[in-house]
Design a protein around this ligand. Structure first.
Ligand SMILES: [Fe+2]
Length: 190
């Protein structure tokens, strides 16, 4: 199977986003912590929703463990910088994508996987941008190390979706699940 490249994101992250991110590294780090926690939570929720799907549960177990590790690593950096682990308004992006998940099965599973893959793909791209452009050398190195880890879950999700639905995108076209322009507007890193 030929996996789609990261280019299945319709548009690259804007220069304005990266400039804003670099100007607000503390907020980005806090947002990142929330994103890692949410990513682990999504994996756990799917495990609860589909407990009998062995391959899926195995993949989700690995993802949940890894995302919790990232959560811990980001939180260590928050602590080093004396940034409180406080609340942050959720960007509309995640809710906008979740609203596109169909209610009936198996489409619900397919769409849930694709939304996770999209978020992971955007995260991969933005970690790379931060790794390249972040003026704080230690943080830049951290982002590069996380970027290297963001690919396996993405390909794992799409590979699983391919096996189950005979295409990574099932009955969604690649363009169809890259839902409108919402997928390019997010802040999420994980
Ligand atoms: Fe992560």
């Amino acid at each position: 199977m030929t996996l789609p490249t990261i280019k299945f994101l319709k548009q690259p992250t804007s220069e304005a986003w990266i400039e804003q991110a670099i100007a607000h590294l503390d907020t980005i780090l806090l947002d990142h912590s929330h994103c890692e926690r949410k990513a682990a939570g999504v994996a756990l929720n799917l495990m609860f929703r589909y407990p009998a799907r062995e391959k899926l549960v195995r993949m989700l177990t690995a993802i949940a463990r890894e995302e919790l590790e990232h959560f811990e690593q980001v939180n260590q950096r928050l602590e080093q910088r004396s940034i409180a682990l406080g609340p942050l308004a959720a960007p509309p992006y995640g809710a906008g994508l979740s609203a596109q998940i169909r209610k009936q099965e198996p489409e619900r599973l397919l769409d849930s996987l694709l939304v996770s893959a999209l978020i992971e793909a955007r995260s991969h791209e933005r970690l790379g941008l931060l790794g390249d452009r972040c003026p704080d050398a230690e943080l830049a190195k951290f982002y590069r190390s996380l970027m290297a880890k963001a690919s396996p879950p993405l390909w794992g999700i799409l590979d699983f979706s391919h096996n189950l639905f005979r295409s990574p995108f099932g009955d969604r076209t690649a363009g169809g699940i890259i839902i409108g322009r919402k997928s390019v507007a997010g802040n999420c890193l994980s």
